[in-house]
Design a protein around this ligand. Structure first.
Ligand SMILES: Cc1ncc(COP(=O)(O)O)c(C=O)c1O
Length: 395
């Protein structure tokens, strides 16, 4: 049969209000980048996160925010960073580009994110930073991980690309670390027309570098100028960070996306709660089939950006399940996040070996269900019943 429920590349539909916000910004924004809407989005985002004003910076996507955070780590020869092997590639390679060596940490098989214990196990005297990824929209145990990083003097970066709005111990994911990144990509619970991102930087001295890093090294002249046009409109410079000059790029997010991002902050918690409610209904609806092992979390610690489970009876049955869902029911489930050490890219760089048995076990029998926010109730119910049917027929 044809596909009835696709694994969509689009997470949400916009409301008329959100569309009107975009149209308004299209009409009135001046300039069309780095103007009033950018400042407003950054301020509202800082409030939403409960972090200091001036610490949040919009970027053209999550990867751009990761690239800047990697620069601010200022790695030296031999420095290592700890990162889960089970994550999206952009969580990792920007830190390699800036001279860090990845050391793979395992995930917890139930929560699918790293723990203080799995991080501590792989620390060495060369570890400089830890990148925690709140994968699938579940916030890792940040109080414990932050305490560990503090004790060991390590930089802590949170990849919050999938976990906007999640809370742990009364604080937002992405507000515990020295830095955090967010993504507003098309797949995410909050998307700014397909691309967009945010960088959070806690240290006020590092915050000062971000506007220059983000925009070609542009800055003001440090002296009074009698004529505003001389020697030119603005200067280009880059302060030295620990003896090293950073290289800038242009990583800005446009005004229209910023206007929409600020507007969407009003709805993100509703979207998260709606996705969570559905995820729980799906998980509970399949309670008679314990061989599908979901991670059930009824609090705002999980935003169920994605709805994933593990087929405990193994990869062969997982494959039969996905095939039957596709061929007989027209539902496209997928498999995501190959442990990075298993990609050719990381192997060729010499980072091909890892001891992450949970990551391997989870990935080898994982299933990711279509879980776009705009799935109709009818299709959602159909997917639940279809899953039961297929599971029954496989047994
Ligand atoms: C965990 C994770 N990190 C980083 C990124 C990169 O974000 P972007 O696609 O906005 O560059 C993504 C998403 O795409 C992601 O899921």
């Amino acid at each position: 049969m044809g596909i009835r429920i696709n694994f969509s590349g689009r997470s949400i539909r916009y409301t008329e209000d959100e569309i009107a916000t975009v149209v308004e910004a299209m009409r009135h924004a001046e300039p069309l980048t780095q103007g009033h809407y950018m400042h407003s989005f950054e301020q509202k985002f800082a409030d939403f996160q409960g972090v200091a004003q001036g610490s949040c910076f919009t970027t053209m996507n999550g990867c751009a925010a990761l690239e800047m955070s990697a620069q601010l780590c200022n790695f030296s020869e031999g420095d290592e960073f700890v990162i889960p092997s089970h994550t999206f590639t952009a969580s990792c390679y920007p830190y390699i580009k800036k001279g860090g060596r990845p050391v793979w940490a395992d995930i917890d098989l139930r929560t699918r994110v790293v723990t203080a214990e799995s991080i501590e196990r792989v620390l060495t005297k060369n570890t400089k930073a830890v990148v925690v990824v709140h994968l699938y929209g579940y916030a890792a145990d940040m109080p414990e991980i932050a305490e560990l990083c503090k004790q060991k003097g390590l930089l802590l970066i949170e990849d919050t690309a999938q976990a906007i709005g999640c809370e742990v111990a009364g604080k937002r994911a992405g507000s515990f670390g020295d830095m955090a990144i967010f993504s507003f990509h098309s797949h995410k619970n909050l998307t700014t027309l397909g691309e967009g991102g945010m960088l959070y930087v806690r240290d006020p001295d590092l915050q000062k570098l971000v506007p220059m890093l983000r925009h070609n090294g542009h800055c003001d002249y440090s002296f009074d100028r009698p004529d505003y046009w001389k020697p030119a409109m603005g200067n280009v410079d880059m302060p030295i960070l620990d003896g090293r000059m950073l290289m800038p790029a242009n990583l800005c997010l446009g005004e229209i996306e910023c206007a929409l991002g600020a507007k969407m902050l009003e709805r993100i918690e509703t979207i998260n709660a709606e996705k969570r409610k559905r995820a729980l209904a799906f998980i509970d609806g399949l309670a008679d089939f314990p061989e599908l092992e979901f991670h059930r979390e009824a609090t705002s610690r999980h935003n169920y950006h994605l709805l994933v489970c593990r087929m405990t009876s193994g990869p062969e049955k997982r494959d039969r399940f996905i095939r039957r869902m596709h061929d007989d029911k027209g539902i496209k489930c997928v498999v995501q996040y190959i442990p990075l050490n298993r990609y050719d890219f990381y192997r060729k760089l010499g980072f091909g070996s890892a001891h992450c048995p949970n990551a391997d076990t989870f990935f080898d029998s994982m299933i990711s269900f279509p879980f776009q926010h705009w799935l109709s109730d009818e299709d959602f119910d159909y997917m639940l019943e279809a899953s039961k049917d297929v599971l029954r027929s496989l047994n």
